[in-house]
Design a protein around this ligand. Structure first.
Ligand SMILES: NC(=O)C1=CN([C@@H]2O[C@H](COP(=O)(O)OP(=O)(O)OC[C@H]3O[C@@H](n4cnc5c(N)ncnc54)[C@H](O)[C@@H]3O)[C@@H](O)[C@H]2O)C=CC1
Ligand SMILES: N[C@@H](CC=O)C(=O)O
Ligand code: NA
Length: 447
């Protein structure tokens, strides 16, 4: 094969960076071709409106490459780079590409978490590659380590910060006291957020990534519907301030792990679980130092032990790095007729129900500062079988200890089931001595 024809679908935050790197006649595409051992030729860029101006691309690329006919474009390519996002027409375009014998690179985690099994099966049936390093943690190489480097190991748990937008928002709230809305708007301006930022804020993006991580780590198909998902809208400025006072920080954590739980038939089983939710982390925890739109992923494996991956999880240019790395690999495979490792699960472990989540919790209460309150609160946790790990009490701001004022009571529990914790919160709210249940946050590490 003298050349590998590349069709680029989408020319937005990420696609525009890829387009410039592949500009015909550029030094960058010559360098990428040399690394692949074959000429990489951009044959077209599918956009919604071929006549619209394209900042950063006009003057670099021949506008004759632009087309609104993605359907036709994918039939003229050896490798399709899908960066339009969303489920359709991305899914149909990739299936069409495979039908025409093309391989594909995508960063589309929403698509892979919803239709990954179908897409990987179609790529395998067509004898072509589907690579997706950009889909999880942006520029960070985490897909290849799980898919290739750790293929001979037993991965027990993968956890981390895998959404740059929410990490940026929480970091801005913590470090600069910025409001939630202002931080989200800034993340959009910086090109971190999805086209619809609720995908980030409500945890959908991190959940999609957790599903992909679980599928690779445990060789078991896990979809977005299998993931327990919570976003960050429930995290208040007071939560962030209270965390800081306690030497902690709030982060959106994704976890994919082997664990035991109760299946739908009520039997205790060994299975896999994926979850995304805010957590309170001690500032001593390595994940607490992940700032801005950076991501970090920890992998715990039986043979390799603990591994940590860190880098930019969002942003057009960092993400384009992962896309271009996959492209060079696929161009090489097209040239020498090879293929990457299979992704499809063969282990098919039970995927535990999304309500089978058990974590430690921090419950922050505003209570009357008088005798017997602590005992009454402790009794509620005992009644629901929730074991208390630590209790901290101090007078509320401006109140004097012990004179019947109000106090802040912070209870950290041992691991508990969500349902038991919900029962505690409901009963605590009914106690006369409890003015309010100010916040309920899951806890990770030794916070
Ligand atoms: N922005 C980031 O930091 C990262 C994005 N990704 C993923 O990469 C993909 C692209 O993301 P962005 O570049 O940020 O999105 P974007 O919204 O900036 O760009 C998408 C582009 O595709 C175009 N488009 C949409 N539907 C189209 C269609 N049917 N035909 C032709 N063009 C169409 C849009 O007009 C837009 O220009 C998404 O799947 C996203 O989840 C992955 C990692 C990081
Ligand atoms: N919107 C996503 C983009 C990268 O995957 C994020 O914020 O992480
Ligand atoms: Na990545």
């Amino acid at each position: 094969m003298e050349r590998v024809r590349v069709a680029l679908l989408g020319c937005g935050s990420v696609g525009s960076q890829v387009a410039v790197a592949l500009a015909p006649g550029s030094e960058s595409v010559a360098e990428l071709s040399a690394r692949a051992g074959v000429a990489i030729e951009l044959v077209g860029i599918a956009v919604r409106d071929a006549s619209a101006p394209r900042e950063g691309v006009d003057g670099v690329l021949d506008r004759a490459l632009l087309t609104a006919d993605a359907d036709a474009l994918v039939t003229r390519a050896d490798v399709v780079v899908e960066l339009v996002g969303g489920l359709e027409p991305a899914r149909s375009l990739l299936l069409r590409a495979f039908e025409h014998g093309a391989s594909a690179v995508t960063g589309n985690k929403a698509l892979l978490a919803a239709h990954g099994r179908e897409l990987h099966a179609a790529a395998d049936a067509a004898g072509v590659d589907l690579y997706f390093e950009a889909a999880v943690a942006g520029a960070i190489p985490i897909i290849r380590p799980l898919r290739e480097s750790l293929a001979g190991d037993r991965v027990e748990r993968v956890l981390g910060i895998v959404n740059g937008t929410t990490n940026y928002v929480l970091d801005q709230m913590d470090s600069r006291g910025e409001t939630f809305d202002a931080a989200v708007a800034r993340a959009q301006e910086l090109g971190f957020a999805e086209a619809d930022p609720t995908a980030d804020v409500d945890g959908w993006d991190a959940a999609a990534k957790a599903a992909i991580l679980a599928t690779l780590a445990f060789h078991t198909p896990v979809t977005i519907d299998d993931v327990h998902r919570e976003g960050i809208r429930s995290v208040s400025a007071e939560d962030v301030a209270a965390a800081r006072e306690a030497g902690a920080v709030v982060k959106l954590l994704a976890v994919a792990e082997r664990t035991t739980g109760v299946d739908d038939a009520g039997n205790e089983v060994e299975g896999v679980q994926a979850r995304v939710h805010p957590v309170l982390l001690s500032r001593e925890h390595p994940l607490a130092s992940v700032r801005g739109a950076y991501n970090a992923v920890f992998v715990e494996a039986a043979g390799a032990g603990d591994l940590m991956f860190y880098g930019q999880g969002a942003g057009g240019r960092p993400t384009a790095s992962a896309v271009l790395g996959d492209l060079v690999t696929l161009a090489r495979h097209r040239q020498d007729g090879s293929q990457g490792p299979r992704v499809l699960g063969h282990a098919d472990l039970p995927v535990l129900p999304t309500d089978a989540v058990r974590t430690r919790y921090q419950v922050r209460l505003v209570v009357a500062d008088r005798p017997g309150v602590l005992a009454a609160v402790a009794q509620v946790f005992a009644a629901h079988g929730v074991s208390i790990e630590t209790v901290r009490q101090r007078p509320s701001a401006g109140a004097v200890a012990g004179e019947g004022g109000s106090a802040s009571l912070v209870v950290v529990t041992h691991t508990a089931a969500d349902a038991a914790l919900a029962g505690c919160v409901a009963d605590l709210s009914e106690l006369d001595a409890v003015a309010s249940v100010a916040s309920v946050l899951r806890v990770e590490g030794d916070s």
